[in-house]
Structure formats: C-alpha cells, structure tokens
Design a protein around this ligand. Sequence first.
Ligand code: FAD
Length: 287
Amino acid sequence: MIDQKFRLSFEFFPAKTPEGREKLLEVRRQLSEFEPDFFSVTYGAGGSTRDNTKELVTHLHSQGVAVAPHLSFGGDTQESMRQLIDEYRDAGIERIVALRGDMPSGVGGSFEMVYANELVAFIREHYGDHFQLEVAAYPEIHPQAKSYTEDIRYLKGKFDAGANSGITQYFYNPDAYFYFLDQCHKAGIEQPIYPGIMPIINFRNLTRFSDACGAEIPRWLRKRLESFGEDTESLRAFGEELVTELCDVLLENGAPGLHFYTMNQYQPTANIVRNLGLTVSAEDAAS
Ligand code: FAD
C-alpha cells in the first residue's frame, strides 16, 4: 500500500510520430493504475520539442491527468518564455520542471538567462506561487560542474530562487544519493530531493545516455550487462531485479518517493513498481 507521504512520478518524452503518440497515451493509461502523483514530459534540447511537449501536456491535462512540463529557456527570449508559461498557467497546469537544459550542437544559448536558478526566479517573479517548481539535482555531480561543493551551492541557489523540490539524475549506486543528501542538508537545503530511477532496458542506449549525462554505471554492472549480449530478455530480467533492489534500499533508507524515467514503456517500470508492492489497495482505490 502506498504511504501517504510517498511521491511517485513517471516521466515521458514527446513522441515523434502519430503511432508513437498513440502508444504513449496507452502507456499513460496503463501506468495510471499506480495512481502516480504526476506524469512529466521532457522538453527537447534548445526547445526542439516545444510544440510537441505543449501538445502532449495540454492533452493529458484535459483528460484529468496531473502533468508537469519540463521547461528550459534554450535560445528563447523572455517574451516567448512568458507566452508558453502563460499558456500552461491558463490551461490549469500547476507544476513545472525548470531546467537550464542542453543546447543542440551548433545552436547558441539564450542571451537572457544562463542557469536554471534564473528560470526559477523568472517564474516566481511573474507567476508568484502558482507553480510547484521541480529542479534537477545530480548525486554524481553535473558533468560541467567545477566541483562537488560548487554544484551543491548552485543547487541551493535554485531552491533559494523558489524551487520546491528536486529530482535527481539516475544512478545505480545508492551511496552516491545518500551522501549527496547529507551534503545538501549540510549546505542548508531542506526541500525534498526525489531519486530518478532508470529501468534497465537496453545496454547500448543506457551506456550512450550515461556517458553523455555523467551518470555512472559501475564497472561491475557495465561488465555484467555487457555479458548478456543480444539476450535482451535476460538483460531485462536482471535489470528489473537490480533496479527493484536499488529502489528498496532507497525507500528503506528514507527516500521521499521515486521518479521513473519510463522511456515511454510500460512493462519495465510497472514490473519494478509491482515488485516494490507500491500498488494501491482496492479499498483505497474505492474510497
Ligand atoms: P543548472 O542547474 O543551471 O546547472 C548547469 C551547470 O552549471 C552545472 O554544472 C552547475 O554546477 C553550473 N551552475 C549552475 N548555476 C550556476 C551559476 N549560477 N554560476 C555558475 N555555474 C552554475 N534536459 C533537457 O534538455 N530536457 C529535459 O526535459 C530534461 N529533463 C531533465 C530532468 C531531470 C530530472 C534531470 C536531472 C535532467 C534533465 N535534463 C533535461 C538534463 C539537463 O537539462 C542537463 O543536465 C543540463 O545540462 C543542466 O540543466 P540544469 O537545470 O541542471 O542546469
């Protein structure tokens, strides 16, 4: 049974094709069985999915689904950012994941904002407390950070600017998360920081992502995953067990909830959530 205080959320990226969109909507329907607190929808580097993200977010919201768009300023002006955020507010959206984002290669950044704390401050300045603001946090430290302590200092800057909670980059070493939480508390951060969970679905994609975003796959794990070769079924079964165990350790040691990077797939996330016993009891669902 889900603990009242426990927060569960599922992340999607906007589909590129009509078939992908249909599949995504079906996955959303299926994952709703777990009664997540919200779904979130990513925003392509440099605003490249601006319209698709907005379309999916407003569609889900119109179906009564709690949904949070990810948002970064990329090369946008403050005026076009305001236009987009106005649309979200007017549609009734109440939560935003506020990011600096990454720029696609060859595209210059915004001249008006450089770091995510500025986007948080911008939203607070223009929209007051309308939105619950989530920000990104990095237990294994952001790849461009100058140092461990600087990265935490800048994370604190995002909370000082008005963020309500953090969601982490994924990781497979729970010690990294708990050490990070300790350091955050020492730096004066009191807001909850939810661990981001990446199910293991495909070895090549996972290593490519991880190398790019600075999430570490421990050597033993990389070797183990590599050893499955083309045997995807065994890799997924192993990954499911490993990530379930990771989540178990996180929850037993006080993580305030879980945020799943679903990769727009139902089964890998659903299996882990079921293994954890995070299902709503029939009695609760009826009440
Ligand atoms: P920031 O918090 O601005 O940090 C970026 C870097 O700058 C860090 O190295 C930090 O140490 C440094 N820094 C921060 N503030 C300052 C400052 N004031 N002065 C000097 N240095 C500073 N990317 C997407 O493109 N779309 C998405 O939808 C998306 N969703 C994500 C969701 C989550 C939960 C996470 C964890 C990441 C997501 N990302 C997404 C990736 C993210 O955009 C990248 O990691 C990006 O490089 C950093 O974004 P940020 O908001 O953490 O940036």
